[in-house]
Design a protein around this ligand. Structure first.
Ligand code: OAD
Length: 252
């Protein structure tokens, strides 16, 4: 595959790699991305997924939100693929400083990565909106699935996870449309990207802002794109590798 040799050389020589990724990093783990033809945004729902994944929708139609969320995002059993594992290996060897991801699936941490900046939050963390009690993935999954199996689909609480302590509604720590990104995560990401020697961008369409805008803080001369589809950054990249990221990374 074109470009792999150059990428391998850059990776071998560097001790300051930063990775910036998106949903395409997890498709080889069986999690669909958003904008590919078989991605989430091309499937049929009563509302467009961008609408369902918005703050207003969450507040106004919580059961509808959780129906979609349980079906498409509260996924169990996905395993890290070669891309996640390689990034964790580079970090352990002291070559990679951080993984900055738009994904909420927690697969980088499962692969062993430590410095993971989750721009859009994580399905692993959930909080009661009233008393801020914490719930993990398994707790939410259990609550949502148990309501799905036992409660009346017409009930206003159908599939809505409630806090054991105060009865408040539990919200995933996931950044919905209309919500802002965490300032601390943003400033750390900017610091890593602007100091990086090699910046590898992979598995992202680079169309969702402000996340996509962060790559403009890179000042080096080794901007690499590993992506199946074209992106707006292809023309400004120093190297473009067109392919599946798991397959590409397993050759590095
Ligand atoms: P997208 O679905 O927009 O883009 C995924 C990109 O990955 C596409 O360019 C694909 O061609 C590419 N791709 C898919 N599989 C791949 C593979 N195996 N190897 C390499 N490339 C592959 O996903 P994101 O860019 O992550 O936000 O989308 C950004 C945000 O939009 C998400 O974080 C989510 C969504 O709305 C929120 O929910 C807030």
């Amino acid at each position: 595959m074109e470009g792999i040799e150059t990428l391998k050389k850059w990776v071998d020589e560097s001790e300051n790699i930063v990775f910036f990724g998106g949903a395409g990093v997890s498709t080889e783990s069986g999690i669909p991305d958003f904008r590919s033809v078989d991605g989430l945004y091309h499937q049929k729902y009563d509302y467009p997924p961008e609408t369902i994944l918005s703050h207003t929708f969450f507040m106004r139609k919580t059961p509808e939100f959780y129906k979609f969320y349980e079906d498409k995002l509260l996924l169990e059993g996905a395993k890290p693929n070669a891309a996640h594992l390689k990034l964790a290996e580079w970090e352990a060897k002291g070559k990679l400083k951080a993984v900055i991801t738009q994904n909420i699936d927690g697969l980088h941490q499962l692969a062993g990565s430590k410095e993971v900046l989750e721009l859009h939050g994580s399905v692993q963390r959930n909080y009661c909106m009233k008393c801020h009690e914490f719930y993990d993935f398994a707790a939410i999954k259990e609550k949502v699935v148990s309501s799905k199996q036992n409660d009346d689909p017409k009930s206003p609480d159908y599939m809505v996870p409630k806090c054991d302590k105060c009865g408040g509604i539990i919200k995933p720590d996931v950044v919905l449309y209309e919500e802002g990104l965490d300032d601390d995560v943003i400033s750390k990401s900017i610091r890593y990207i602007s100091n990086a020697d090699v910046l590898i961008i992979g598995g992202t369409s680079l169309v969702v802002y402000p996340a996509a805008g962060l790559i403009h803080y890179y000042r080096g001369k080794k901007l690499v794109l590993v992506n199946l589809g074209e992106t707006s950054a292809d023309s400004s990249a120093d190297l473009v590798v067109r392919g599946k990221i798991g397959e590409v990374f397993s050759q590095l």
